[in-house]
Ligand binder design. Structure first.
Ligand SMILES: NC(=O)C1=CN([C@@H]2O[C@H](COP(=O)(O)OP(=O)(O)OC[C@H]3O[C@@H](n4cnc5c(N)ncnc54)[C@H](OP(=O)(O)O)[C@@H]3O)[C@@H](O)[C@H]2O)[C@@H](O)CC1
Ligand SMILES: Nc1ncnc2c1ncn2[C@@H]1O[C@H](COP(=O)(O)OP(=O)(O)OP(=O)(O)O)[C@@H](O)[C@H]1O
Ligand SMILES: [Mg+2]
Length: 364
């Protein structure tokens, strides 16, 4: 066993040298070796990552509201996920149910007419609005009137939402994306925060005006989505050697939106600061974990907006929401993996959200 650990450490040292780690005075900042209860070695290696590690657990505790009998339904958050089409019904479900499991009072899904019965059948807890339409189901001459109806229906609810999640399982149909662009413009006019993920990022990368300069917009790109954003906005390739600086510059170039760059560590920037969340997650990369994260960030962002003045945080609420959402998602993933190992699925991680939050921030 010792021999095996020795060889892992040698391989890691070699890898760090390849990354230029020898130039760093403090090599322990490049490699963190953790021995868990089962003396299983896990290694978390950052690319020369100078982003400051956020005090994620303290932030999570400070923005989670207390539970008491004076509160009414809705005060702990009303979230709406705009996503779900003929192809994808899992992603909006994962996002919306995660919001509820973390503690939001109401969780809506605004999806296509085809997707709605399927999503409703997954859970009676979700409020599902079959409003959106894809091109194949609308005649050309009806498009304008359909778009007007969609917007009017969503507008009835808009001011009641504490946060929108735009994009999980939305698909890329051009007519549908036009309708979602209109929804985003209205949300912005009503000062409703938006977490933009998945196909919402495909939309925004081609229509930066929808979020540019909006401080309540949060973008949560994965590797591919981040690459497309960097190419479009900064007109260059992703540079991992200067990862945090490039992230800061990207967020600032889009007018101070907050970007949560998902990966081995999650890096977060609002164009002024960069923080990272590196607490150990799971080595399982099953699809849907980003969807949990989007629902989770939406809830914490809504909570942070309500509490931020009282707690005197120096970071803005979108940063706080991202840090808390990332930390909780990673902890839940690690608990689920402890139990299910290779068979860990997104639904297993969702089942661990409540226990993870309770471990970090007990109810009373
Ligand atoms: N159950 C459901 O309904 C779910 C629905 N979802 C919904 O699907 C929609 C599209 O989202 P997406 O994530 O599939 O698109 P995108 O990011 O372009 O990835 C496509 C391909 O890129 C690659 N790739 C990915 N990561 C990489 C990495 N780190 N490093 C390297 N390569 C990487 C990988 O390609 P491969 O390895 O197969 O070549 C991957 O297959 C969106 O609406 C989303 O919400 C999902 O949420 C999942 C659960
Ligand atoms: N290599 C990794 N090690 C640990 N955690 C990771 C790693 N990559 C991603 N994660 C975590 O998994 C979560 C989802 O990130 P991921 O990159 O899988 O998103 P995604 O591709 O959008 O997922 P989805 O399948 O839902 O679309 C994030 O919270 C991130 O911290
Ligand atoms: Mg995704």
């Amino acid at each position: 066993m010792q021999q095996c650990y020795g060889s892992i450490i040698r391989r890691q040292r070699h890898f760090i040298r390849c990354l230029g780690g020898d130039r760093c005075n403090n090599s322990s900042s490049d490699t963190l070796l953790l021995l868990n209860d089962n003396t299983r070695m896990q290694s978390v290696m950052s690319r020369s990552n100078p982003a400051i590690e956020a005090d994620a657990l303290s932030i999570l505790r400070s923005i989670s509201p207390t539970l008491d009998s004076t509160k009414h339904k809705g005060q702990a958050g009303k979230i709406a996920v705009v996503g779900g089409c003929r192809e994808y019904t899992g992603a909006p479900y994962f996002s919306a149910i995660s919001a509820l499991k973390i503690g939001a009072d109401l969780s809506h899904v605004i999806c296509t007419k085809d997707a709605a019965p399927v999503i409703k059948s997954y859970s009676p807890e979700l409020i599902v609005h079959p409003l959106l339409e894809e091109s194949y189901s609308v005649r050309d001459e009806d498009r304008q009137s359909v778009a007007t109806v969609v917007l009017a229906e969503v507008d009835k609810w808009m001011e009641r939402f504490d946060c929108l999640v735009i994009g999980p399982g939305l698909g890329r149909d051009p007519f549908l994306l036009d309708c979602v662009s209109d929804i985003m413009k209205h949300a912005r006019r009503s000062n409703v925060p938006m977490v933009i993920d998945g196909d919402g990022l495909f939309l925004v990368t081609n229509r930066l005006d929808l979020v540019s300069g909006y401080p309540l917009a949060v973008l949560t790109p994965n590797v591919n989505e981040y690459k497309r954003l960097v190419q479009k906005v900064l007109n260059c390739e992703v540079n991992d050697q200067d990862g945090p600086e490039q992230l800061l510059s990207l967020a600032s170039s889009i007018g101070g939106v907050t970007i949560l760059r998902k990966g081995q560590s999650d890096n977060i920037s609002d164009g002024k600061e960069v923080r990272s969340v590196s607490i150990f997650g799971s080595p399982r990369r099953c699809g849907g974990q980003g969807d949990i994260l989007s629902g989770s960030v939406a809830v914490f962002l809504a909570w942070a907006r309500k509490l931020v003045d009282k707690e005197g945080h120096t970071l803005n609420p979108t940063m706080l929401g991202c840090i808390a959402g990332s930390a909780l998602m990673r902890k839940a993933a690690s608990l689920a993996f402890e139990d299910k190992k290779r068979s860990t699925l997104t639904t297993d991680i969702i089942e661990c959200l409540g226990r993870s939050l309770e471990d970090i921030c007990p109810v009373g």
